[in-house]
Design a protein around this ligand. Structure first.
Ligand SMILES: [Zn+2]
Ligand SMILES: [Zn+2]
Ligand SMILES: [Zn+2]
Length: 241
């Protein structure tokens, strides 16, 4: 007996959530942080990222700990290598470790000096700057509506098509709003179509004015092999940038 279960065993409700999760993880590959709205108002995900203004690389908002002298980066794995040096403000005597007063003159006025284990230079906390040299970043926010589809079957026979329901209320007029269609093939493998609202309108053309669309009865059926007229949007995650 074959106990293997696939996406087809999920209820429609769970499948729609499943699609949102798959899209979320896919988006995180492109450096997006993903959030769920508290209420479901046609927006399924809010995504957000910081990138370098000049080269577009992902930006780290947390400051870095580096040696002023040799440039060694202590931020990630090297924190335990930082030498806890204390310098007496009175006689300038240098000590290492948890000292409360100067070993030489007895002064309690000690200055902390996090010190590099390689060159003895002072470690400072500086704002992140990009490898390209830029000190400027931009914050991006996008809203996403996810629609998911499995392969359509009729009388137990694959139609080799996907079907996506689109409605007038989905046409949010905002250039930062996007649709991601998550299409699961018969091998349980996801395919993603990424498009803006305007992309959708362009491809729909006149059928956007059709009665069935107005009546919420429109259903886009398209080939599961080549995605039909929607294929130009396959993996177009760059559109979100
Ligand atoms: Zn850069
Ligand atoms: Zn150093
Ligand atoms: Zn001293």
């Amino acid at each position: 007996m074959n106990n293997k279960r696939t996406t087809t065993d999920l209820s429609a409700r769970h499948f729609s959530r499943y699609g949102e999760f798959l899209v979320s993880f896919e988006l995180s590959k492109y450096g997006w942080n993903v959030y769920n709205p508290v209420y479901d108002e046609y927006i399924d995900l809010i995504i957000h990222k910081h990138v370098c203004e000049d080269c577009g690389k992902n930006w780290n908002l947390t400051p870095v700990l580096v040696c002023k002298k040799c440039g060694k980066d202590f931020s990630k794995t090297q924190k335990n290598k930082i030498i806890a040096k204390k310098i007496c403000a009175n006689c300038k005597y240098e000590m290492v470790g948890n000292k409360r007063k100067c070993e030489k003159c007895g002064s309690k006025n000690l200055i902390n000096r996090p010190t590099c284990d390689i060159c003895g230079g002072e470690i400072e906390m500086i704002d992140h700057s990009c490898k390209c040299g830029s000190k400027n970043y931009v914050t991006k926010f996008r809203t996403i509506q996810v629609k998911s589809s499995r392969i359509e079957y009729k009388n137990g026979k694959s139609k080799n098509t996907y079907a996506v329901d689109m409605k007038p209320r989905d046409l949010i007029k905002d250039k930062y709003h996007f649709y991601i269609w998550c299409l699961i093939d018969d091998d349980d493998k996801p395919h993603f179509l990424v498009m803006s609202v305007n992309d959708f309108k362009r491809v729909m053309g006149d059928s956007l004015k059709g009665i069935s669309f107005f009546k919420d009865q429109d259903r886009q059926h398209f080939s599961a092999r080549d995605f039909g007229k929607w294929k130009e949007f396959l993996n177009e995650f760059d559109k979100l940038e």
